[in-house]
Design a protein around this ligand. Structure first.
Ligand code: AMP
Length: 285
């Protein structure tokens, strides 16, 4: 396994791999790898024969007061996990390699970014979309895998790929959870034991939605109310950023569940912001 730190070397590896007829897959991450990330690696390996994992904590996607400086970094541990998974290349550029001091070009998605996390994290998706495009230009992948854990992120990236004619296939991998249901996240390590217990309200709320939709409930307002009640039931109750029921394609709120629908939540527990979601469908009723 190679560890590559410069864009030039990364591009050179990718060009050579592609010239030899290998299909290159990219798994972009910010490091702090856990089973969720590793599931993306395994998914990429089923679609590609040369897999690149990028480890880059992207400064431009964090707002003021967000956790950029304190974001968990363990390059040696991450590299070891990638080696165990038979990754071909770990790409870990530093911020100076990725951004010229006077960089002045970014990519803006203006529709799907507006709602959900976009309302609470101004500039976040500009940072995400810009870095993903830069990583695509570094690793020159044929395909890239993203987790549905960050559902809005992957929809925004799919839109960028469509609108900018980027020749990269986007594959979405399912959410990997802890045995008790908490979606795995690098941020979970910030939770104190009591916050960790309270975090389970997210999965409880989403499971109830899945059950109610399976029983025939289609009213988005009723589902939201139920979720808010479940999430607020803790002691002390967690702070809700949003609980939304939106169309998967447009990410606009819906009144009734018909086609593929994203039910997404974001909360703050102490100083940690957690997101989770489920996708339900009203099809057939
Ligand atoms: P991050 O390192 O948090 O930026 O995440 C890198 C990629 O891993 C993104 O595509 C995430 O959606 C994905 N990811 C993070 N956590 C999970 C999880 N629990 N299950 C599936 N994918 C995940």
């Amino acid at each position: 396994m190679l560890v590559i730190r410069t864009i030039r070397e990364m591009q050179s590896w990718a060009r050579t791999a592609r010239a030899a007829g290998r299909r290159v897959g990219l798994v972009p991450t910010m490091g702090g790898l856990h089973e969720g990330h590793l599931s993306l690696v395994r998914c990429a390996q089923t679609h590609a024969d040369g897999v690149v994992v990028s480890l880059f904590v992207n400064p431009i996607q964090f707002g003021p007061g967000e956790v950029f400086a304190a974001y968990p970094r363990d390059e040696a541990g991450d590299v070891a996990l990638c080696r165990d998974e038979h990754v071909d290349v770990v790409f870990c550029p530093d911020a100076g390699e990725m951004y010229a001091p006077d960089h002045s070009v970014s990519v803006d998605e203006t529709a799907l970014s507006a709602n959900l996390c976009g309302r609470f994290r101004p500039g976040h998706f500009r940072g995400v979309v810009t870095v993903v495009l830069k990583l695509f230009h570094a690793a020159l992948p044929d395909m890239a895998v993203f987790g549905r854990k960050d559902a809005q992120q992957v929809r925004v990236i799919e839109r960028m790929v469509r609108d900018l004619n980027i020749p990269v296939e986007i594959v979405i991998a399912p959410i990997v959870r802890e045995p008790d249901g908490l979606a795995m996240s690098s941020r979970n390590r910030y939770l104190s034991p009591s916050e960790r217990r309270r975090s389970l309200c997210l999965h409880r709320a989403l499971t109830q939605v899945e059950q109610r939709v399976a029983q025939g409930e289609r009213d988005a307002g009723a589902l939201r109310e139920r979720m808010i009640a479940v999430i607020r039931d803790g002691d002390p109750p967690v702070d809700i950023d949003y609980v939304e029921v939106v169309d998967w394609n447009t990410l606009r709120p819906v009144d009734h569940i018909r086609g593929e629908t994203l039910v997404a939540v974001a909360v703050r527990i102490g100083r940690t912001r957690l997101i989770d979601n489920t996708v339900v469908s009203g099809a057939g009723c």
